[in-house]
Structure formats: C-alpha cells, structure tokens
Design a protein around this ligand. Structure first.
Ligand SMILES: Cc1cc2nc3c(=O)[nH]c(=O)nc-3n(C[C@H](O)[C@H](O)[C@H](O)COP(=O)(O)OP(=O)(O)OC[C@H]3O[C@@H](n4cnc5c(N)ncnc54)[C@H](O)[C@@H]3O)c2cc1C
Length: 222
C-alpha cells in the first residue's frame, strides 16, 4: 500500500532462518537513492483507485545497522503482533463509516427516484431493507465504539480486534450489496458513490488478514 510513493518502507525479513518467529526482524528502508531498491508495477485494482498498491523489489539492499526497528534483532514477529489489533480495528472502523456513508447516500437517492408513480423509498421492500441496514449499522457501531474504548485503555486483545475486523468487513460487503441494489441500474455506474464503495468494500475481507484467518485467530481464543 502506497509503495509507489513511499520514502520509507518497513520490510519484514528473516534475520535468522533457523529461528522461526524469533528469526524475524523489521528493517527500515529509506528508498531515496537506495541501491537495489526498485518499484515495479502499480497494480490495477478493482477498487481503492485513489491509493496505489505496488510491487517492490529489494535486490541486495543494504541498510545501516541503526535501521533495525526497535534496535534488537528477532523482534519483528512480536512487533507485528503488537500492532495487529490496531490495524484490524481500523478496518472495523472504516467498515462502519463506509456503511453509514452509503446508507445516507442511498436514503437521499430512494427518496428522490420515482418508479411506477411513487418514490423508491415508498416501496415496502425498500423500507424493510433500509430498516435492516440501519439496525446492522447501529448494532455494529456500538461494538466498534466499545473496541475503540478498549484500544484507548490498552485492553484490546487480538481475538476481539479480529471480531471487529471479521464482522465489519463481512457486514460491509452484505450491506453495500443491498444498498447498491436499491440504486437500480445507476448502482452499476462508477459515477455513483455507492458503486465505488461497493468495489472498495471487497478488499476489506482480504487485506489486514483474510476473514478465514480472523476466524482462525478467534477460534484459538475460544
Ligand atoms: C489492496 C491491497 C493492499 C495491501 N496492502 C498491503 C500492505 O500494505 N502491506 C502488506 O504487508 N500487505 C498488503 N496486502 C496484502 C494482504 O495483507 C494479503 O493479500 C492478505 O493478507 C492475504 O494474503 P495472501 O494474498 O497471501 O492470500 P493467501 O494466504 O494466498 O490466501 C488465499 C486464500 O486461502 C485462504 N487461507 C490462507 N491460509 C488459510 C488458513 N490457514 N486457513 C484457511 N484459509 C486460509 C485465505 O483466506 C484466502 O481465501 C495488501 C493486499 C491488497 C489486496
């Protein structure tokens, strides 16, 4: 993410291949004028168009010893684990924010669009779909806000953060699908925000650890 423009890249690498997790370290690579560092293709994604995702190559790159993150070798895995709850919660927060934004845009749209002599908002199906979405968002926000409070208090554990990511990403996908449907044909056109939000939502179940990995993590804590 943002690799095309990045001036600093944190590289997770094996500093002792015989040590498993304890043989992993994070190196800070400053990319400007860095010999052996190369940006490859900017990848063509189905969504998230405003942010680049790039291939990065590190061929015999050398960094000064002080660029070892934390100053101690073999800490990479634990440093990653320490920040994963934060990253997973960010995805949960963005899922709720996306659902709220798409819901507001859809409310405006269905109240304006007329079909068969009435607004789309007047159909019972539309009311029921929007009632379901509003309920999902309200319940979800309460849980995500609870997780934010835990994070601020330094008490957000990995399993709970994984629930926030899993639930947020999965619900976002379902909710965006329903909201797009209420836009009819316009819902397939990129000029509509809900369409772009639908495309952007898909990756939420993949990056930051897939939904399947979230279930693995949660099940280990049961
Ligand atoms: C837009 C975008 C931006 C990204 N940005 C970054 C970034 O900035 N930094 C970074 O490090 N990474 C980044 N990633 C990588 C991302 O985190 C990985 O793609 C993601 O974690 C999945 O790993 P993978 O692609 O290797 O899938 P794989 O591990 O190959 O998974 C393939 C399938 O197998 C399933 N699977 C794998 N293991 C298991 C298991 N144990 N049990 C059950 N099912 C399993 C997966 O859930 C998935 O369905 C980005 C990806 C995308 C798409």
């Amino acid at each position: 993410t943002n690799g095309f423009l990045a001036g600093v890249v944190l590289v997770v690498c094996k500093t002792d291949p015989n040590q498993g997790a304890r043989g992993t370290s994070i190196l800070i690579v400053e990319t400007e004028g860095c010999e052996g560092f190369r940006v490859g293709r900017v990848l063509d994604k189905m969504g998230m168009k405003s942010q680049d995702t790039s291939e990065l190559f590190f061929t015999d790159v050398k960094v000064p010893a002080e660029n070892l993150l934390g100053g101690k070798e073999g800490q990479g895995f634990y440093q990653l684990m320490g920040d994963l709850p934060y990253e997973r919660l960010i995805i949960g927060v963005s899922a709720v924010a996306c659902m709220e934004g798409a819901y507001a845009a859809t409310l405006d749209y269905v109240r304006e669009r007329k079909a068969f002599g009435q607004t789309v908002a007047d159909f019972q199906n539309t009311k029921f779909k929007l009632a379901e979405v509003a309920t999902q968002i309200t319940v979800g926000r309460a849980f995500i806000d609870h997780c934010v409070n835990l994070l601020v208090a330094g008490k957000l554990d990995t399993a709970t953060a994984s629930m926030a990511k899993l639930w947020g990403a999965e619900t976002q996908g379902k909710v965006l699908d329903e909201l797009l449907q209420l836009h009819g044909g316009y819902g397939f056109m990129n000029e509509y925000m809900v369409t772009r939000m639908y495309a952007d939502a898909r990756v939420q179940r993949i990056y930051g650890g897939t939904s399947e990995i979230m279930k693995e993590v949660i099940s280990r804590a049961l």
